[in-house]
Design a protein around this ligand. Structure first.
Ligand SMILES: Cc1cc2nc3c(=O)[nH]c(=O)nc-3n(C[C@H](O)[C@H](O)[C@H](O)COP(=O)(O)O)c2cc1C
Length: 197
């Protein structure tokens, strides 16, 4: 290829960068408009170098509550295929889980159930980073454990997981992670995830 001017060199470098950039799909496993888990998932994705972030909102994938009868009568809703397409286009997936009554939010569980009906390989065995946060000291670690056990099952890759405690105290929208030790720990998980991307 002949590079005849600075402009075409810039275009060439831009295209080259796009081809090497990793695509990260990130979402908070919550339908709350002010979801702290969505903020955390986005923040984590933005820490990955040379990555393009696609932040999903679960409200864009709202479907009827899963039932075998609905599936038999009407089929799988289009949003489930849309969600799967987003996952399949990613090089890596970041999810931050909100905890409701010690488990998944209904919004996430419904999407999980529907996409598991599209095909058995739900997360495509892609590199994943699982997080969870709440405004309490336990950092939604119960749901994180449930999610990690389930999503790791049968997969070949180790999935890093990190529970972020006391979100409102430890995170600032402009400054990011406020606690130094937490920041160091968080960054080590980002590094582990980047290495499997
Ligand atoms: C119905 C409901 C159940 C909840 N159950 C838990 C719980 O079991 N454990 C917990 O740490 N927080 C619980 N919370 C508090 C959530 O962690 C808190 O609302 C958090 O902001 C949810 O994350 P999000 O902002 O990303 O939706 C619950 C909140 C609601 C509305």
């Amino acid at each position: 290829m002949h590079i005849t001017s600075i402009n075409s060199l810039n275009v060439f470098l831009y295209k080259l960068k796009l081809t090497v950039m990793k695509k990260i799909v990130a979402f908070g496993a919550s339908s709350s408009k002010k979801s702290i888990n969505k903020i955390l998932a986005n923040f984590a994705a933005k820490q990955i170098e040379d990555a393009e972030v696609n932040l999903l909102d679960l409200n864009d994938f709202e479907m009827p509550i899963y039932s075998v009868d609905y599936e038999n009568e009407i089929g799988i809703p289009e949003q489930a295929y849309k969600f799967k397409n987003e996952l399949s286009s990613a090089d890596g997936i970041i999810i931050s889980f909100a905890e409701h009554n010690g488990s998944y939010t209904a919004a996430f569980k419904n999407i999980f159930d529907w996409i598991s009906r599209v095909e058995k390989i739900v997360w495509f065995n892609k590199p994943m980073f699982l997080l969870a946060t709440s405004d309490g000291a336990r950092g939604a670690n119960t749901v994180l454990k449930i999610a990690h056990d389930r999503i790791s099952k049968g997969g070949q890759l180790d999935i890093p997981s990190f529970s972020f405690p006391n979100f409102n105290q430890n995170f600032d929208n402009k400054l990011g992670i406020m606690d130094e030790n937490l920041k160091i720990e968080f960054n080590s998980f980002i590094k582990s995830f980047s290495e499997i991307l």
